[in-house]
Design a protein around this ligand. Sequence first.
Ligand SMILES: [Zn+2]
Length: 207
Amino acid sequence: MNALEFVPGVFSGPRLGQSNCYLIRDRGQTVLVDCGMPKDREQIGRFLALAGWRLDVVALTHGDIDHRGAATALAKAAGAEVWAGALERPFLSGSLRPRRLVRRMMTHLLSPVAVDRWLKEGDEVAGFRVWETPGHTAGHLSLVRTADRVVVAGDALVVSREGPILPRPWLNEDQEQAQKSAARLLALGPSWLLTGHGRPWKGPEGA
Ligand SMILES: [Zn+2]
C-alpha cells in the first residue's frame, strides 16, 4: 500500500482518469472526498481494500459527474454515508437545470444521489471545516483545516503549471461568485491546496 500522505491524515486517492479524489482519516473515521466517474468505483474500492480502510463517508465538493460519479455505489457497498452541500441539493437531486451548456449536456448521465447529511458553512468533517465556495456550482463546498491551512478545494480552483487558477469561465455557473470563493481560499495562504483537477499544490508557506 503506497498512499501518498501529504500531511497527517490526508491522502491522495487512486489516480483516476478524469479527476482527483482524496482521503481524510481522523479519529478512526475514513472520509473520501469526491469519487470520480461512475466507472471509478472499482478502482476506488480496490484502493480502499488494499489500504484496509473501511469507508465511513463519501463527501462531495459538488455535484458534477466527475466528482459524484461513484458515490452511490461506493456508499452502498461500504454501508457509508454520503455528505454534500445543502445548497447543492437541487443539482444532486436532479431538479436543477444548470446554466452552463457543458453541464446541461451531461445531465443525462447523472443519476440522483441520496445524501445522508447536508453540509453548511462551518460544519465539521473529519477535522476540517466546511466553507461554502459557490460559483463553479451553486452549492460547491471546500474543506479547510485552519490549524495547518490544508485546503481541499474541489473545483473552486484548479492547479495549472503556473499554480492555482479558476476553472474556465464556461465551466462556472457564476463567474463572479467563483472569483470571490477562489480569493477567499487563497487568502488563507494554503500550505497544501488539493483540487479536483491538477496536481497537489504546495503553497509558498507550506510546511
Ligand atoms: Zn466540477
